[in-house]
Design a protein around this ligand. Structure first.
Ligand SMILES: [Zn+2]
Length: 460
């Protein structure tokens, strides 16, 4: 049966909308913690009906009754990508779940690996509510504000799973959301900017790379009628200068939204510019060498999702993001915890002599410079190969059609070379060279250095 015809499901959705969306405003931190405790207990009990968690917990000698709240969370073992792969498909869903109501989604393959998990319709609705909450924070109305959403609608992605395979077959999305324009980030930027120009949205949500691309096209005179009030950026680390470039070009305020396929929305930037964790939906831990980090110190993100009837995500150690928490308060009075900075994917990082780790945020800083500084999008693709601790090679693919337009290729290569050399220091050799193509499905950062037994001292 279509869950949207099910009165119990609809009631849940309605309750969620009225209640959940404002929860971070309604509850103070003490009440929020009680709420998290209750939710964690429930989800751990549910996870015990999922073979993967059942086996893991048995093996570690922990039972759901040992977990009375967040303070007990570290009693539970962490879950890796390999655990999920090993138990996929039947072992990652509950014997209590109806398989027909679940939708399979996969994580994107930036490292060349995808991971399938299951979500149910409630996961999907909650995921969307997370974004609606963000939109509401900026005084926009999801039923009235004209919004352009540029999602990744490739067949396997979470967005396709949520919208194309989750909501669209069950709801008349085009009638319900007629104020929304859905675009695919895999389409050509030139095509997208024309469609957006025609739609004239008040809000644009999209991935960092595409937004940068669109800003450059707008600066060159396209999309004259595009004048959104707000832009939301997601997907990768946004460099400060690139953010400014997009804001100035569109005359809009840009805020960041942080999420992952396995978890749904994780955090969002409020009007004051603080990064608020959706603490009623998730509980986050930040670990370095397996110990919690201090405020503003970068650590590996471990996520627990506090809702859902698909694959439970409890102490999940495979988002692979390096994130620094901020133990402080924002003046906007939303309850829950804060994030100081998102540094990007750990598995896309390069390790350096002296326990230093070069994170994707550094690469995006360098690549952004080409976009907002040299005003060109002719770098089509790049790949980083780490041959040894002191030898890094960067391969750059140049767009054939743009080759002879704008700044010369040598200049682009030297911006990358100098930018990276500055980051890694003079004891590391950096080579930048142009190649015809890189394997599009393969990983973008390849390291031949053994990362085991590598002790992290500093992220750069
Ligand atoms: Zn705030």
């Amino acid at each position: 049966m279509n869950p949207f015809y099910n009165p119990k499901f609809l009631l849940n959705v309605l309750k969620t909308y009225l209640f959940d969306i404002n929860r971070l405003k309604r509850l103070n931190n003490k009440e929020l913690r009680r709420f998290q405790d209750k939710r964690l207990k429930k989800i751990v009990h549910f996870a015990y009906t999922v073979p993967l968690y059942h086996d893991k917990y048995k093996k570690s000698g922990v039972h759901p009754s040992d977990v009375d709240g967040i303070r007990d969370i570290t009693k539970l073992p962490v879950i890796s990508k390999d655990d999920i792969k090993k138990y996929y498909p039947d072992g990652i869903i509950s014997s209590k779940s109806n398989r027909k109501h679940l939708v399979e989604v996969s994580t994107s393959g930036t490292t060349g690996k995808t991971l399938p998990i299951f979500v149910d319709m409630f996961d999907i609705v909650m995921g969307l509510f997370g974004y609606l909450r963000t939109i509401k924070e900026y005084d926009m109305n999801w039923r009235k504000t004209r919004m352009t959403i540029i999602g990744d609608f490739a067949p396997h992605t979470a967005e396709s799973g949520y919208i194309r395979r989750g909501l669209q077959p069950r709801l008349n999305v085009n009638v319900l959301f007629k104020n929304m324009q859905w675009l695919n980030t895999n389409d050509e930027p030139q095509k997208l900017i024309e469609e957006i120009n025609h739609f004239k949205p008040e809000f644009i949500g999209g991935y960092v790379g595409m937004l940068g691309h669109l800003a450059l096209l707008k600066e060159k005179g396209l999309g004259k009628d595009i004048a959104p009030k707000y832009i939301a950026a997601t997907g990768s680390v946004l460099d400060k200068s690139l953010k400014e470039f997009i804001e100035i070009t569109f005359g809009a305020h840009l805020f960041e939204v942080y999420g992952a396929t396995e978890t749904g929305p994780i955090a969002f930037e409020c009007k004051q510019g603080s990064y608020h964790i959706m603490s009623d939906l998730l509980y986050l831990e930040f670990l370095k060498n397996n110990k919690p980090v201090a405020s503003k110190e970068a650590g590996k993100l471990i996520v627990t999702k506090l809702y859902g009837g698909g694959t439970p995500i409890i102490r999940y150690d495979a988002i692979n993001d390096i994130v620094a928490p901020l133990y402080g308060k924002c003046t906007c009075h939303l309850s829950g915890n804060l994030i100081d900075k998102i540094y990007g994917r750990d598995d896309l990082s390069v390790i350096l002599p002296g326990g230093r780790v070069l994170l994707p945020s550094s690469f995006s800083e360098i690549y952004s410079k080409i976009l907002y500084g040299l005003k060109t999008t002719k770098v089509k693709d790049t790949r980083v190969i780490q041959h040894s601790l002191t030898n890094i090679e960067i391969q750059v693919v140049i767009d054939k059609q743009l080759r002879n337009k704008g700044p010369p290729v040598e200049r682009i290569l030297s911006v990358i070379q100098n930018g990276l050399q500055e980051k890694v220091g003079s004891n590391v050799t950096v080579t930048v060279k142009e190649v015809k193509k890189v394997n599009e499905k393969g990983p973008r950062i390849v390291s031949k250095v053994d990362k085991n037994n590598f002790e992290i001292h500093q992220y750069v």
